[in-house]
Design a binder for this molecule. Structure first.
Ligand code: GLC
Length: 675
């Protein structure tokens, strides 16, 4: 060890348990290397005036200018790629920004499950499904840490809405907590994140920052996490109780926390041994941060290209009636400020300052389609003025009437989706719905590009348009990605990582108004997302796993081979019948036909993304293990597989599963036997 605890005084050791300021750990009177932290999941959050911001000379003006990090697609768009390899690359690129900006630890990824589509931070999170969330987060952590930069797996745990987040108590039954809300952490921990960040809320009445059950019994003892547990910023209420629950580091600096710890030590409430245990962990963090860092292997421009690539893979083609896309070389009208300025992002600590100036979408479309096409543009309202009347409405409708295809850029921004608040509704702002309604009176060839951080209820207008593209908060590369996708230069491959319901009232939770004041009861149990809509046999607007392509894929030849005790290999063939090369995300679900507990009709237990060239086929193999069939038995206090009938379902989305087969499991250990 580089740092020797015995060389520190008790007060220096106590100082390690609280941050030195907003983003740095203590240096224990100059004896320990402080750790420089930074947000967030969408890229490095910093600013032009930060002392570590690199500078460069502007080739056109000759002036010295700050170099900004890259604003990557939001996590909701990254999740729509279903691509761990791409996730690794994106995260590694963010880590290169951290290296250039001298940061040691990135406060990401966020793995909170999208229990409700109205949660204001959903754009920072992956999915409604724990398996998809965990496997992508694992790749994200591996990507960042491959550069010697640390991560913070957050927010632990059951932090699934923003209202009252500092006080609310998440009341979740243990089986649901483990199967839905802890599984993403369990899977992501395989990547050994340097830190785990506790959440603001209470879990079962006790703050997550001082909850011995979740922090010590589950996270440390059961999951085997041997890294550092840090608080969310301001989430510690009693630093001594937090330390006793094995939280190591309270962020940010607040004198009251140091006073609390010193007083507890002086009163004998907090022992030196307890302080040493926590301080040793913080020293471990400094050790890791002090280790030789890798040099960045990407340039800022290459990082931007990764942002474009991730946007191309994460933007989802939801509807394409009459093959209105890809665009042809004719008259195209583009409307909306997002075309000019690029994709907005959500509000809060994950927002990334970038100096990147996107080329307007209409200009890129004109360039790609060439002089046989005529692409025009009009704004429809001022950026950030969502809700204001449509600018120059008559001109907008006239342009739409005269065009062969009209693209409307609509959606939310950081004023509607943000940290610290939840949406009141799922629909687009009324001004946008009115724009779509009226424009549809002048043209049937309407394509709506939707920018948002989570599901949008499009039921009011979906039948009035031929095309819908979910752009999400697709980062600084959004316009380049869209221009390639809309013209067919690139093919869509993204699929939804969350259900798009038909109505807020169809969701398991409805509007977030809480229950009994400061308690949020998770009454729906494990039936979250598609698990809920399937169990209720409820129609949805677009199902979990849905996404269209310019290619046409068919599925065949499903086989399931036993490869060991409670181990199987699912194999199937995907064929591209079209003349367009494409990447297909295939999805494998498991159904427990007769269980002793209520289980969802199916659960995602495997997926694969494969490039399948025009006219070609690919044989795909997905492993299943005991956990693929298990539920958590609270009575037996363990994950349990019950012998009996199961079904394996394979297809392009959770609601289109053309390949199905039965499977009888007979070698599961008797539930009452030893684990
Ligand atoms: C915020 C967020 C957390 C972020 C931290 C530091 O409140 O909850 O995700 O990393 O504080 O900004």
């Amino acid at each position: 060890m580089k740092y020797d605890l015995t060389k520190l005084t008790i007060d220096e050791k106590i100082s390690l348990l609280v941050g030195a300021n907003s983003m740095t750990t203590s240096d224990a009177n100059g004896k320990v290397r402080p750790v420089q932290m930074c947000d967030g999941p969408l890229g490095l959050r910093t600013g032009p005036k930060h002392p570590a911001t690199p500078k460069t000379v502007d080739p056109t003006t000759g002036e010295t200018i700050p170099v900004s990090p890259v604003a990557m697609p939001a996590t909701n768009v990254l999740a729509n790629t279903w691509d761990p390899t791409l996730t690794f690359s994106l995260a590694a690129a963010i880590a290169d920004d951290c290296l250039d900006h001298q940061r040691d630890l990135l406060l990401a990824p966020g793995v909170n499950i999208k229990r409700t589509p109205v949660c204001g931070r959903n754009f920072e999170y992956f999915s409604e499904d724990p398996f998809l969330t965990g496997t992508l987060a694992r790749a994200y952590i591996q990507g960042v840490q491959s550069k010697g930069v640390g991560t913070s797996l957050k927010h632990f745990c059951a932090n699934n809405a923003e209202y009252d987040r500092q006080a609310i108590s998440s009341e979740v039954d243990e089986r649901t907590l483990r199967e839905i809300y802890l599984t993403p952490f369990e899977i992501a921990l395989e990547a050994k994140p340097w830190t785990v960040m506790c959440s603001y809320n209470r879990v079962g009445g006790i703050y997550a920052s001082e909850n011995p059950w979740t922090l010590k019994e589950i996270l440390r003892d059961e999951f085997g996490f041997d890294g550092i547990i840090i608080s969310d910023w301001g989430a510690t209420h009693n630093a001594t109780l937090a330390a006793k629950a094995t939280l190591d580091l309270t962020m940010p600096y607040q004198k009251e926390h140091l006073d609390n710890l010193r007083a507890a030590y002086s009163a004998g409430i907090l022992t030196e041994e307890e302080i040493n245990e926590r301080a040793q962990k913080v020293l471990l963090l400094s050790e890791k941060a002090a280790a030789p860092k890798h040099s960045p292997t990407t340039t800022p421009k290459e990082r931007h290209e990764i942002a474009v690539k991730a946007a191309k893979a994460g933007i989802v083609l939801l509807k394409n009636e009459d093959g209105i896309l890809p665009l042809q070389k004719n008259k195209i009208f583009v409307c909306g400020k997002n075309a000019l300025l690029g994709a907005p992002t959500g509000g809060g600590s994950s927002a990334v300052w970038t100096t990147f100036k996107p080329t307007p979408l209409h200009q890129l479309l004109q360039e790609k389609l060439g002089s046989d096409a005529f692409v025009s543009y009009l704004p429809c309202h001022d950026r950030g003025a969502i809700g204001s009347a449509i600018l120059n409405a008559p001109a907008v409708y006239k342009a739409a009437y005269g065009a062969d295809v009209t693209l409307l850029c609509v959606g939310n921004d950081g004023k509607l989706e943000f940290e610290g608040g939840d949406r009141e509704y799922l629909r687009l702002p009324k001004v946008y719905e009115d724009l779509i309604d009226t424009t549809a009176k002048y043209t049937k060839n309407l394509v709506v590009l939707v920018y948002a951080g989570s599901a949008i209820d499009m039921s009011a207008w979906i039948d009035k348009v031929k095309g819908v593209v979910f752009v999400g908060f697709a980062g600084e590369g959004a316009n380049e990605a869209l221009a390639a996708l809309l013209t067919g230069e690139a093919n869509f491959s993204g699929k939804l990582s969350e259900t798009f319901p038909l109505d807020l009232n169809d969701t398991p939770v409805g509007a977030m108004k809480g229950n009994n004041g400061f308690v949020e009861r998770y009454l729906e149990g494990v039936f979250v997302g598609y698990r809920h809509y399937d169990e209720q046999a409820k129609e949805v607007l677009f199902p979990f796993g849905h996404g269209l392509s310019y290619s046409q894929f068919v599925y065949s030849d499903l086989t399931v081979e036993k490869t060991g005790k409670l181990a199987y290999e699912v194999s199937y063939t995907v064929t591209n019948l079209s003349s367009v090369d494409g990447e297909e995300i295939s999805e494998v679900y498991v159904r427990d036909v007769f269980a002793s507990v209520s289980r969802p009709p199916k659960e995602l237990k495997g997926y694969s993304k494969d490039l399948i060239k025009a006219g070609e086929s690919k044989r795909i193999h997905i492993p299943l293990n005991a956990r693929s069939f298990a539920f958590y038995s609270v009575a037996l206090k363990k994950w349990t597989v019950e012998n009996g009938d199961f079904e394996i379902l394979v297809g392009p989305s959770s609601r289109i599963l053309p390949l199905q087969t039965k499977l009888k499991i007979e070698d599961a250990p008797h539930p009452y036997s030893e684990p």
